[in-house]
Design a protein around this ligand. Structure first.
Ligand code: ADP
Ligand code: MG
Length: 245
């Protein structure tokens, strides 16, 4: 039996009178990689932010490891959020801290991990993203691709059960996109559960178990990469892919 990690049930989200997410449903199983694709303004970021309650859905349920996040108080949500790593388009590293200090901050502050243990963990994770040699550098001295890899290591430091990515390569110069996608692919190969909003169709084709095409606040079509990219059924999916491929 596949183990369910996240269940999205009838999620709606309004900003004022504007309906941004309309009755979304979905399931993310342990170890799955879901890629969410679709045109700008379609609701992808809002959807991802609802998964860890950075946005409160107007109605509906988000079950994470069998807890309904929409029913929890802020303290309980914060605890569960520790199990959900998030990586944004902008890296948001702390510029006044070195790379290794950035990575070990949350384990020390939130998990009360001993400094020496956090240091060891941080170096291990920096090694995993190919940046152990940059541990004592400041973020400003790193390229965008390197900074984003540090941001991934920092999210991994909390030992999350799922990683949420919102267009992690969109702010990067083209020559740096590959190194970040490689780290994400490695993570997927190691069995990490991932929900990835991306415009990188090659990544979605090669790495996703399922592709969810979002447009106008709905999942217009869901399927395997083969179904979505080779045989899209929905006209909107076909139009979108025709424009970008
Ligand atoms: P995507 O990530 O697919 O580009 P978004 O989730 O960012 O889409 O946005 C979906 C829609 O919701 C857009 O029309 C956007 O203007 C609107 N929106 C997003 N965040 C807010 C907000 N905080 N307040 C009002 N409208 C918002
Ligand atoms: Mg977005």
């Amino acid at each position: 039996m596949p183990e369910e990690m996240i269940a999205i049930e009838n999620i709606n989200k309004k900003f004022g009178d504007t309906e941004v997410l309309k009755d979304l449903n979905g399931k993310v199983e342990k170890g799955q990689v879901i890629c969410v694709i679709g045109p700008s303004g379609g609701g992808k970021s809002t959807f991802l932010r609802c998964l860890n309650m950075l946005e409160q859905p107007t109605s509906g349920k988000i079950l994470f490891e069998n807890s309904d996040l929409t029913l929890l108080n802020e303290g309980q949500i914060n605890q569960l959020r520790e199990k959900m790593g998030m990586v944004f388009q902008s890296f948001n590293l702390f510029s006044n801290m070195t790379v290794v200090e950035n990575v070990k901050l949350a384990p020390v502050k939130v998990k009360k991990m001993a400094d020496a243990d956090a240091q060891k963990l941080a170096i291990k994770l920096l090694d995993q993203v190919g940046l152990a040699d940059k541990a004592d550098n400041y973020p400003a001295s790193l390229s965008g691709g390197q900074q984003q890899r540090v941001a991934i290591a920092r999210a991994l430091a909390m030992n999350p059960d799922v990683m949420l990515f919102d267009e992690p390569t969109s702010a990067l110069d083209p020559e740096m996109v590959g190194e970040v996608l490689k780290v994400m692919q490695d993570l997927a190969n190691q069995g990490m559960t991932m929900v990835v909003v991306t415009h990188e169709m090659g990544f979605a084709k090669n790495v996703a178990d399922e592709v969810w095409f979002m447009d106008g606040g709905v999942f217009a079509e869901k399927g395997t990469p083969e179904q979505i990219f080779e045989h899209p059924q929905n006209e909107r999916t076909q139009d979108f892919l025709a424009k970008i491929l």
